[in-house]
Design a binder for this molecule. Sequence first.
Ligand SMILES: Cc1cc2nc3c(=O)[nH]c(=O)nc-3n(C[C@H](O)[C@H](O)[C@H](O)COP(=O)(O)O)c2cc1C
Length: 398
Amino acid sequence: MLSGRRIILGVCGGIAAYKAALLARLLRKERAEVKVVLTTGAEAFVTPLLFEALVRDRCFTQRDFLAPQGGFIPHTDLAAWAEAIVVAPATASFLSKLARGEPSDLLIAVILASTAPVLLAPAMNTHMFKHPATQENLERLRGFGYHIVPPGEGALACGEEGPGRMPEPEDLLLEVEKLLTPSLLAGRRVLITGGPTREPLDAVRFISNPSSGRMAVALSRAALLLGAEVHLVHGPLSVSPPPGVKTHAVTTAREMLQVAGEIFPEADLVVFAAAVCDLAPAEVLPGKIPKENLPERISLVPTPDIARELNSRKRPHQVSIGFALEEPSQLLPRARKKLLDKGFDLVAANPLSAFEARETEIFLLGKHLSEPIRLSGSKEKVAFRILKEGARVLSGKA
Ligand SMILES: Cc1cc2nc3c(=O)[nH]c(=O)nc-3n(C[C@H](O)[C@H](O)[C@H](O)COP(=O)(O)O)c2cc1C
């Protein structure tokens, strides 16, 4: 999502400056083009060389502002280049100068000269953060339309406890992605089911499947980036959902139906990405049955068909997306049947090989689409495309 996007990372003189190096690395890993601007204060904590080596580009400092070279005008040229500006950590001193619009620092001059979205991650001693002067500055900066990431709470390097910690680089990365993503699902509630279900035989044995939940997590992340409130109802996951997603852990298909059913009436878009076990032991035996007493045969009963059940309660403004995991030879006919029989608006059909994989290939079928759309690549990328299509159907119904 950040591939080729042009981002300026501003770093100020706080202890969390070392975390900015990790953020620079993550941005590069996402293939963003990154230019770093260090304030004078930052240079007491970190060096330009560190960032130059991480982002493979020049790092700009106050010296460039005062003595530009080769016809390059640092503040205006950097401002024109940037698609987004992130300042992490943003010190109290920087916030104060920016709130006053005082461009004596290169970083502030770049921000003033730019029309790109700006994300600020304040990090400081908790009393400094709570001080009315800092709070007033933040209020003023919010009024300018800048996005402020609230600092985390906890033990700070200065020995105090409370708000003031810079959020972890992974969390900031998500915020940067949000900054650069159109809010197609702003004000919408998205319900996603994910992961496998487990159907118990006794206290320790169960029937399940090897679903990792990776696609549901990717969908949750994409929905979040598109501005939605996201509810993820999930069985045991092998990957962690991103921060900001409202998670609801369940075990069995019956529980998944119950919990998803409670959220369903308020959801605008529902994605059924869970690998629900179709069958469950008819009887759950109490405790752990000793090996010698295990039954020779287990009677199985069907579990509830969650998508069919919830789609039957669907109201006209709601959009539902299903997944069809099929043998390649049967992929499209079976997915089309599922689309029509189960009341989905869209069905993402993927071959069996996609089950635990990171990369995937999906054919997106929709009642409104004359031809399936072929999507391939990382689950993150594919999830994003699926939700964008879902948002398109949703806006058509509104
Ligand atoms: C060891 C040390 C740690 C500091 N940590 C912070 C901090 O986390 N947040 C902050 O706002 N200021 C912090 N300061 C104060 C800033 O470094 C100081 O205000 C500086 O002028 C900021 O420079 P800048 O605005 O050019 O980045 C710290 C100072 C020292 C000496």
